[in-house]
Design a protein around this ligand. Structure first.
Ligand SMILES: [Zn+2]
Length: 277
């Protein structure tokens, strides 16, 4: 058997491919699955470790589905753990296949050589990106929204105060009006305070700063001049299907309003910044 034999199951899932409109939702870290052709389905970690945020973004897949349904948009979700290979890294990023993550050594990756990495690129990473590229290319002027979740606390670090973080690079056409809406919409603010027990705290380029060259937003949006944004939700707030549905539905309403307010072109955005001249 060739090492480049395709895996037995699709390495991605597309929902609502036929749905019209500009929105496309992606979920790079939807699954903690380790396919059977990798170490017999194990990277050598316990079930408890594979259930942590190091293996996938807890709750993000459910929010992605709810958001896509509410917007009437397609979504593309990965079906392999980020520990197999991380779709949200450039192909040359040293953290593409993690050997150590948040205090956990990943035995199945420890001795992975360049050939082993190339197999994972060919079988998982590139098919996922090809699927997302296809869905985006099938619509005029698409808008990409990536859904992720973050852990309330990394090992040995302070708790993170945000319930939601919005990440954007230089092109903040969508992110800027969306952040304004998140912070000012009273109904949303009151609801988040109720479900989280503390006042709403929206992070801008938190809990991580911006983007990396070659990451998914860079590859699929920034390099094509497409409107984009990355949403990070604290995973303890999206643990149940009901919570995922609630967040997805509420965010969809605010996203639709933000897109309505967003400047159409990057040129228009820049011109608005210098309109006083
Ligand atoms: Zn993620």
């Amino acid at each position: 058997m060739s090492v480049f034999e395709p895996p037995e199951t699709q390495v991605y899932e597309i929902i609502g491919r036929e749905r019209p409109g500009r929105w496309v939702i992606s979920c790079d870290h939807a699954s903690n699955a380790v396919p059977p052709e990798i170490g017999g389905g194990s990277l050598g970690l316990t079930e408890a470790e594979m259930g942590r945020h190091i293996a996938y973004d807890l709750g993000a897949a459910g929010v992605t589905r709810a958001l896509a349904d509410a917007l009437g948009a397609p979504a593309v979700l990965s079906r392999f753990s980020r520990l197999v290979i991380d779709p949200n890294r450039g192909e040359n990023d040293p953290t593409l296949v993690m050997k150590l993550y948040d205090g956990t050594i990943v035995p199945g990756n420890r001795h992975l050589d360049a050939d082993g990495r190339d197999v994972r690129l060919a079988r998982y990473y590139r098919p996922y990106h090809a699927a997302l590229a296809d869905v985006l290319a099938a619509r005029a002027d698409p808008v990409l929204v990536a859904v992720h979740s973050f852990t309330p606390k990394l090992v040995g670090r302070r708790p993170r105060p945000w319930q939601i973080g919005i990440l954007h690079a230089e092109d903040a056409r969508l992110a800027a009006p969306f952040i304004t809406l998140l912070r000012n919409d009273q109904s949303f603010g009151a609801w988040v305070a109720e479900v989280s027990g503390v006042p709403l705290c929206v992070g801008e380029n938190e809990p991580y700063a911006g983007h990396l060259p070659g990451d998914a937003i860079d590859r699929h949006a920034l390099q094509h001049g497409r409107m984009n944004m990355l949403i990070e939700l604290r995973h303890d707030l999206i643990a149940t299907p009901t919570q995922q549905e609630d967040w997805g539905t509420r965010l969809a309403g605010l996203l639709a309003r933000a897109l309505h307010e967003a400047p159409a072109s990057l040129q228009a955005d820049r011109a608005a910044g210098t309109a006083a001249q």
